[in-house]
Structure formats: C-alpha cells, structure tokens
Design a protein around this ligand. Structure first.
Ligand code: ATP
Ligand code: MG
Length: 454
C-alpha cells in the first residue's frame, strides 16, 4: 500500500458532523469545506476523487440551490469526480435531482458512518477503475500524438519511432499516399532533442528539376540571372533541426548524387559559392514509391538508398489496419464536428458498416476528405452512407451466403466419405432425405465414386 492517502472532500456546514466525519474517514486525506466557494477552491487544489456533499449549504440553507450549483461547478471542473450527495431525511426529490445533474450517488441523513464508509469506498473504486480505463484507452488510441491507432503493426511502428527519435539516424518512411508519412516524420522530430529547432520539409515531387539544387542548397548573389541576393537552401535552413525529404523517390538522378555527397560529408556549397558550409541536420525521408524496385531498374542510386535507409519505417495501408478504420473515422468526425460546429452525434450503423468494408485506396487522406464533406452535407444527427458518398456494403450478405455454401458442401463431402459412399447413410447423417442429398450433390457438383451405394 502506498502511504499516500486518497483525498476526500467533505462539503458540510454542520460543525458537529464535520468533525465526526473527519475522525471517521481517517484512511483518507479529508478536506473540509463549508460553502460553495471553499468547496470549489478545494476541488481545484486537491482534485479529490470523491466528494461527500451536503445539499443544504449556506447562504441558502432551505433552498439547496447552493448545493446544486456546487455540484454543477465541481463536475464542470473535474467531470470524473464522484459526488455523493447527503440530503435531508425523506428528501428523495432533491436527491434525484442531484443525480440527474451528474452526482454519483446519494445518502440520506441521519448519517450512519458504516454505510457511508461503504458508499465512499465503492465510489472510490469506481473512480480508480474509470481512470485506469481511460489511461488504457488513451495509450491504445494515441500511441503518439496525432497518431490514432489500435492496430498491432501501427503500435509497433510507434514503438520504433519512440526508439529512433532521440538518435540521429537517417530514416526512411515508406507507405502508400495518405497513410501518415508526414505525421510520423513530425513525430520523430517532436520526440528528438532537435524539437525546439526547425522541421523543414521539401517535397521533391513538387519542385521542378532545374530549381531543385538551389532549393536544397541555396545560392549566392549573382549565381545565375535573377539571383538578386544570397538565399539559403532548405538544408541550411534546417541547421540543427530536422530535414524532411518528402517523395524522395521523385528526386532526379543528378540531384541524387549531390544529396549523397551531402549525406556523406555533411557540408554544402551554395550555388555560385566557394566555401563549404558545415550543416548539422537530422534527415528523414519518405516516399510512396518502391525504392528497391527503382534501384533494380536503375532510377534510384543504390548507394543513396542504403545511406537514407539506416532505419525503414513501413506504414501499412489503412485497409490492413485491423479496427483502425472506424476508430480514425470517429476521431475525424469529432474533429470536423467541433471545427464546423455541427450537432452531429455519430455514424448510422449502415455508414459504420460501409466505412469498415470500403478499401480506402487513398487511405487516411481520403477518409479525411470524405468525412469533412459528410459533416458539411449532413443535416441529421448521424452521418449516413449518402453523406459520405460510400458504396453500399452489399458484399457482407454475399459473403455470408458463400460461407454457408462452402460449409454445406464440405459437410456433404465429409458425410459421404464417413458413410463409405453410402448415400442413404450419408443423408441420415446429415439429417436430410435421400432425394435432397442427390439434389445438393448435383448443385455443388460433388464427385461421388462410381461404385457408390444408393
Ligand atoms: N493514424 C492517424 N490518425 C489520425 N490522423 C492521421 C493518421 N495518419 C494520418 N493522419 C492524417 O491523415 C492525413 C494524411 O497524413 P500525411 O500527410 O502524414 O500522409 P502522407 O502519407 O504524407 O500522405 P501523402 O502521400 O498524401 O503525402 C493528415 O491530415 C494526417 O493528419
Ligand atoms: Mg506526405
């Protein structure tokens, strides 16, 4: 047992009861408050798991409104708090009203400390369970900030990221478009010792080939026509931070040689410049191309490939992440509902089924677009299939039929072989008539041996 006693807040204005309860609950660190103001101050300061709350508080001893207001304010500050309301004898109505406001339980005076003990203990256990549950859910749902995942492979990706982030190794993130490569790259930066420095991204597919070199390494004034002043390249801008080379598979071959040189020497030369400038960056690359195939066909340098792939992080496509589709969909729904201030509650069951069965070729990016659109379009409480623009998942019933047919066929074959090709015996085993079995044999095109017995 820890010697740290859990906090118990007792909101009570009767001095006699105050001291009785204080002595009784010696297993707790008891905090006493006698009015709303001191109660709220105590909630802020001690964040008690359980509050024993007398409803009739001054200054409004009769009307109990002060007690209700305290409950509401407490729950607004700390929604998980278990409030046990203590009411006057036979005051069910107010007790129920308190529970409707979110109080956990109620107790009627006169106080029997043994019963109260049990109620407080139970409330405390409930609170601990809820906290534990919440903690587990959070670790499962958010293994890294910005990454929602329950899939085992994604969790292993996150563990890898946690391990490699504090190091300076160059890593390569692979994954189809929209799988979260940039999210992972940023997570690596944010968990590294460089997190207070810059994260500089360059999209190698978006920069025209003839501008790529100056974009990467910068140029001196007069290096070419139009070079009016010295301009730093992305590599230099990222000094002491992280350089994210996105879509590295699209880097033109001549530039690959220059990039390799930089990665080996860690110095750059601005275009038109003479001096070598030492740059300290952590390099993270990403691509949706198959780099080893590109190496094999000669469009990506093998030496560069090995240089950038000290550690490879592979993001599975969304369709292969078990349970993640609906989890991420709900996350995105909440995000856009908040952003667009809509009163939407969730997905209809059909929409949820459609989300599960759709393949999501554009992965999370596609899901984001579809859900954002749906939130804008939807004027019901729940987002439906039509809002999402997803196909009806009719393959579920088709699958069920196939499963049934496969099982039926397998059972017939087994029965026939078990009864040594005696059709009457096989039909009996299967609990069907002989003609029905013949029909099924024909339907499933089952081969029965020539010398089978009728
Ligand atoms: N696990 C996740 N949970 C929640 N949101 C995610 C997750 N992964 C990605 N996203 C979101 O999906 C979108 C696409 O992610 P990101 O840009 O990182 O993917 P990408 O692989 O770089 O895509 P592209 O190939 O299109 O560049 C982003 O808005 C990102 O916030
Ligand atoms: Mg990207």
């Amino acid at each position: 047992m820890s010697d740290h006693k859990p906090a118990l807040l007792i909101v009570e204005d009767d001095l006699g009861l105050q001291s009785q309860l204080r002595w009784h609950f010696d297993k707790y660190e008891v905090i006493i408050a006698s009015d709303r103001k001191s109660a709220i101050a105590a909630v802020r300061m001690h964040e008690p798991a359980v509050v024993l709350q007398d409803l009739g508080l001054p200054p409004d001893e009769e009307g109990v409104e002060e007690g209700f207001a305290t409950i509401q304010e407490t729950l607004r500050l700390a929604p998980a708090t278990k409030i046990i309301v203590v009411t006057g004898y036979h005051d069910y109505e107010n007790a129920l009203r308190a529970v409707a406001l979110g109080a956990y339980d109620f107790y009627q005076k006169p106080v029997n400390t043994d019963t109260l003990d049990l109620i407080v203990q139970r409330a405390h256990q409930m609170w601990s369970l809820e906290q534990e549950n919440k903690r587990l859910q959070e670790t499962r749902a958010a293994p890294l900030p910005g990454v929602i995942a329950s899939d085992e492979r994604m969790h292993s990706v996150c563990r890898t990221v946690e391990k490699l982030a504090p190091t300076d190794v160059t890593c390569l993130i692979l994954g189809e478009s929209g799988t979260g490569k940039e999210v992972i790259a940023r997570a690596i930066h944010n968990r590294s010792k460089r997190r207070d420095r810059r994260f500089v991204a360059i999209n190698c597919a978006a920069v025209p080939e003839n501008l790529m070199e100056s974009e990467l390494f910068g140029y001196e004034k007069g290096a070419f026509t139009g070079a009016a002043k010295r301009t730093l390249g992305k590599v230099e801008v990222a000094h002491e931070g992280t350089l994210f080379l996105d879509e590295i598979g699209d880097m033109p071959l001549p530039l690959q040689a220059k990039l390799l040189r930089f990665l080996q020497e860690r110095v750059i030369e601005r275009l038109g410049g003479r001096e070598e400038i030492r740059v300290d960056v952590r390099v993270v690359c990403a691509t949706n191309k198959n780099l080893s195939e590109m190496v094999a066909e000669g469009s990506f340098r093998e030496d560069l490939y090995y240089r950038i792939s000290e550690i490879v992080v592979e993001l599975p496509p969304l369709r292969e992440r078990g349970g993640d589709k609906i989890l991420i969909a709900r996350h995105l729904l909440t995000k856009y509902v908040d952003q667009l201030s809509k009163g939407i509650r969730g997905f209809t069951p059909e929409a949820a089924a459609a989300i599960e069965s759709y393949e999501w070729p554009g992965n999370i990016r596609e899901m984001e677009n579809k859900i954002k659109r749906a939130v804008i379009m939807c004027d019901q409480r729940n987002v439906g299939i039509a809002d999402l623009g997803l196909p009806q998942p009719d393959d579920i019933s088709l699958n069920l039929r196939t499963v049934r047919q496969d099982a039926e066929r397998a059972a017939i074959i087994r029965a026939i072989s078990m009864s040594d090709s005696n059709i009457s015996a096989a039909a009996k085993l299967l609990g069907i008539t002989r003609p029905t079995l013949y029909d099924l044999i024909k339907k499933y095109n089952i081969h029965v041996s020539e010398n089978c017995k009728d």
